[in-house]
Design a protein around this ligand. Sequence first.
Ligand code: FES
Ligand SMILES: [Fe+2]
Length: 363
Amino acid sequence: MSDILDQVVPHEDDNRYPFRMPYGWFQVAWSSELEPGAVVPRFYFGRHLVLWRDDDGEAHLNDAFCPHLGGHFGYGGKVVQRCQLQCPFHGWEFDAEGTNTRIPYSERTNTKARVRSYPVREIGDHMIVAWYHPHDEPPLFELDIPDEATSDEYSEWSTVHFAVDAASQELAENSVDGPHFRYVHNTEVVPEIESYETDGHVARMRSIQKFPTPRGVVDGRIDVDNQGPGFGITRFSGIVDTFLIGAAVPVDQNRCEVRFNFRTKKLGDAATTSTVGEAFVREVAKQFEEDRPIWENKAHLRRPALADTDPPFMKFRKWYSQFYADAVDGEHDVWAPVPPDVEFQPEFIPAEATASRKYRTTE
Ligand code: FES
Ligand SMILES: [Fe+2]
């Protein structure tokens, strides 16, 4: 048996979806949130976590609870001796791998007292990503970081952060969903998918998008490269070249957070680049909010009724399903959201008032 405590928190609504937590690389913070010596709480993957940066500048992610008596490192924990995490409760110290390195009131350490650690990578001094696997497997793939993430030809990063009451698979399914643009986003034209290819942990979608502008319709492209469930690169071209890393992270098996990280190709002067970039981010954020009520209230249908001209939804789902390490529950065809709370105050409406409430078709 492992010495590492299983610190997963059971969720009340276990069965919102027929799938569990996916594995992959997931953004857990922006680099700027974590100064050297910072120790902060996080809750992802259904687990209480602690994210911290040692005095050498390395970021680390560990389970939150100290194996001594359960202190949460993220509330009052400190970085000591450059690279050790100290529990706020009785001062025990742990290294980034989660090994107990010091008990301040004992000559010995406790070799059984171990804290789970998660592999961490930092991208372009901007994003902190961590590898999560439900069975603590080491990384099964590495992220391929595109040049745009570090190139000088692109603006500084613009970002936006969302919390959504839906599993990240449901959001990701939008990456192939051209037809919803007309109805959810009211766009006159829908992206036309040229190809959708999957290859191991990578999925590539190529599409053409016509952008209406005051000077007529401009041909553009939206190309998406997903690397696992938590890291999607979208390149928008046509009006302005924009590079986006969309990073979804499961909060638990029913909810997720999404961080968008944009860089715009520099155009002439910095002010124009930032104006165009900001307008773009605002539009994408607006579309996200238009999608939200669909995601949060939709059922997950295991056997959707599809049109012959629908995009490759099932190919997408097959690709995504490889990231679930645990067997998928196959009992039901329809997985519905938790019913809303029924809560209202009694209200007495006298007869004369109800008369005035009748629907009238003519005056
Ligand atoms: S609970 Fe962490 S040192 Fe006691
Ligand atoms: Fe959408």
